[in-house]
Each structure stands twice: as structure tokens, then as C-alpha cells.
Ligand binder design. Structure first.
Ligand code: PMP
Length: 344
């Protein structure tokens, strides 16, 4: 009776086609309609499933990847997890060279998803042979037929979103959107989606969210790399200290910068107002939208679509930990910290 069983053949068939959900409360003080595309509905719980599957399938089509081949990348974040997941299903070896700064939880997640993880010292320069960039490069040279994903400098990162996220949003909105908002890390999400949407309607305004401490916004405005913009910050996956070629700056109309503290509070607010328990950059994206709305960016006819990139469960020891929030000085007072504690 196999014919009657309604099942997907494997988890990869669940990648993409993520839902668009109306935001009912968090933007109530501002004009316009706001809709979130919730990428944690992907099987690997983030938008990076899309690029992992797309880049691997392109390499298969070109005949570069064959069963048993090796996939290499330099991230302990969402992309690493998605690559490991796709590798499990397709039968590839996945090697991730990660920084010793990566949390134990993240490294354990990658290992449990079948990846081989090389932990490389964090405090060496990018050209030091021990750095995770150099380790990945060396492994790529040594392992015949291996594929180095290199998401910040891979044009296929843009194409993945041009071919999936863009068409999905156009279809889900019947073309009735005025603004598209996304966080920028590699820039693949915003660039690919924006290229598709602007081909359909060039009036759609594309707004990129950047972090204080990152160079992207300034580069967009001046076309110059300004190292004075760079300083440490806490949000992972947002902004960058270099200019990624996976960002099409021409496709982005405007950048807005957000800070660690406001983004953390907004991530928590998303859970408490909309029932959306999502990641730090989802908070950053909504924080950016609030700031833009306060500047008068939207009116009552605006239909704003925002990408919310990953799930909150990855941030239990950060944004969703009261102790972490206290340590960062993100609670104004002990009273605010106590207010989040359960009382018996
Ligand atoms: N949010 C998170 C959690 C991410 O890991 C990333 C990727 N670095 C982004 C947002 C930004 O997406 P993109 O790389 O496509 O710009």
C-alpha cells in the first residue's frame, strides 16, 4: 500500500516555500501592512538551506560533485549546518573549518549532523596558515574534486535566492508589495530576491539591514571601504568587516543600521507579541523596520515584506538568556531582569 502513503522522500524536499505571516501587533504604532517570511520553517531551521541545496545541485549539474565527494566551508553558523544536512542526504563528506570562538553547542550540532569539524585558532590573521580560511583553502587544494562553497564570494549564493525566495514572495503577494527588507551578511538573500522582484516591478523599494560595527552601509553610500566603521559587535550573521561580492549593492536602495541592544529586545518582543520565537537577526530586521517607520519610510498603502532568517532555539545562551542580557547591560535595572523570572 506504499502508493497511499503521503510522505516526502527526504527532508530536502521541504526546503523553501516558507510561509508569509502577517505581523499583527509589533508594528501597530506605525502605518502600513507588515508580513514576515519565516525561514525557520526550512528543515535546517534557516534561510541557508536554500543556498546549501542550490550550490550543491549546481556543482552536481556541472559534474564537479560525485557521490562521496567532499564539500568544504568556513562557518560554524547556519550555512555550515545546512551544508551538513544536505551532505547527509546526498552522501557527501562535509568538512567545516571553524573558529575556536564558536560555541561548544554549535560545534556539537555540526558534528551530530555528520560534519567533520576542524577547530582553528581564532586570534590569528586571515593569511596565517592556521586560520580557518587557510585551512579550508589547503583542504580544498588537497582533496581532489572537493567543492569550496565560499558563500561571501560565490555568485551562486545570489542565484539561489533569485530562483527561490524572489519568486515565492512575488507569488505569495500577487505582486502587491511596496518594500522588501532583509538583513545583510553575505548579501545573498537581499541581492537575489531584490534582483527578481525589481525585474517584476522596479518600483519596489529594497531596504538592507546592517549592524553598527560593519562597513556595508557606508560602502553603499560612498563606494569606499572605511575601516573606521569596523568595531566588535554581538549580532552574528549581520554586517561584515569586508565587502562581499555576493552583495549586489546596485539592487539595494537604502541601508539602515541597528545595534545589539535594541535588536535583542526586539527579538524578545517578537516572541511575546507575535508568538514568533526567532533568531537575533530576526530581531535586528524588525528593529530596522521600526527605525525606518519612525523616519516616515512607510505609509498606510505600504505592504512591507521582511525576511526573518532563523530560529530562536539557536540563541538560548544569548538573546533568550536573562543572565546574558544582564551581563551585556541590556536590562536597565534588576527590576527588568526580575520581571522576566517566573514567580511561585
Ligand atoms: N541572519 C543570519 C542568522 C545569518 O546567519 C545570515 C547569514 N550570514 C543572515 C541573516 C544574512 O543573510 P545573507 O548572508 O544572505 O545576507
Amino acid at each position: 500500500m506504499k502508493e497511499n502513503i503521503q510522505a516526502y522522500n527526504n527532508v530536502l524536499e521541504l526546503i523553501g516555500k516558507t510561509p508569509l505571516v502577517k505581523l499583527n501587533k509589533i508594528m501597530k504604532d506605525f502605518p502600513g501592512n507588515y508580513y514576515a517570511k519565516i525561514e525557520s520553517f526550512n528543515p535546517g531551521h534557516s534561510t541557508k538551506d536554500r543556498i546549501a541545496l542550490y550550490i550543491i545541485e549546481q556543482a552536481e549539474k556541472k559534474g564537479i560533485l560525485k557521490p562521496g565527494s567532499t564539500i568544504i566551508e568556513t562557518t560554524s553558523g547556519n550555512t555550515g549546518f545546512s551544508l551538513a544536512m544536505v551532505s547527509v542526504i546526498k552522501g557527501y563528506e562535509c568538512i567545516l573549518a571553524v573558529s575556536s570562538k564558536s560555541s561548544k553547542d554549535k560545534i556539537a550540532m555540526l558534528k551530530n549532523m555528520g560534519a567533520k569539524v576542524y577547530v582553528c585558532p581564532a586570534h590569528v590573521s586571515a593569511d596565517d596558515p592556521r586560520s580557518y580560511y587557510q585551512v579550508a583553502k589547503r583542504l580544498h587544494e588537497e582533496i581532489k574534486g572537493s567543492v569550496y562553497i565560499n558563500q561571501y564570494f560565490n555568485e551562486l549564493n545570489i542565484d539561489a535566492h533569485y530562483n527561490s525566495t524572489g519568486p515565492e514572495i512575488w507569488e505569495q503577494t500577487n505582486g502587491n508589495l511596496t518594500h522588501f527588507v532583509a538583513c545583510c551578511g553575505t548579501g545573498g538573500t537581499i541581492s537575489g530576491t531584490a534582483r527578481y522582484l525589481k525585474e517584476k516591478n522596479n518600483d519596489i523599494k529594497v531596504l538592507g539591514i546592517d549592524a553598527y560595527g560593519s562597513v556595508l552601509k557606508k560602502y553603499h553610500e560612498t563606494k569606499e571601504f572605511d575601516s573606521n566603521e569596523i568595531y566588535p559587535y554581538r549580532i552574528e550573521g549581520l554586517g561584515k568587516n569586508l565587502i562581499p561580492t555576493a552583495t549586489d549593492f546596485e539592487a539595494i536602495d537604502k541601508f539602515e543600521k541597528v545595534n545589539d541592544e535594541d535588536s535583542a529586545h526586539t527579538a524578545r518582543e517578537l516572541a511575546k507579541t507575535e508568538g514568533m520565537f526567532l533568531g537575533y537577526t530576526s530581531g535586528a530586521a524588525l528593529q530596522g523596520i521600526k527605525q525606518l517607520a519612525a523616519q516616515g519610510e512607510f505609509d498606510e498603502n505600504s505592504n512591507v515584506i521582511v525576511i526573518l532568517p532563523d530560529h530562536g532555539s539557536r540563541y538560548m545562551s544569548k538573546v533568550f538568556s536573562d543572565d546574558w542580557m544582564m551581563e551585556q547591560g541590556f536590562f536597565d535595572s534588576q527590576h527588568e531582569a526580575d520581571a522576566t523570572k517566573v514567580q511561585f
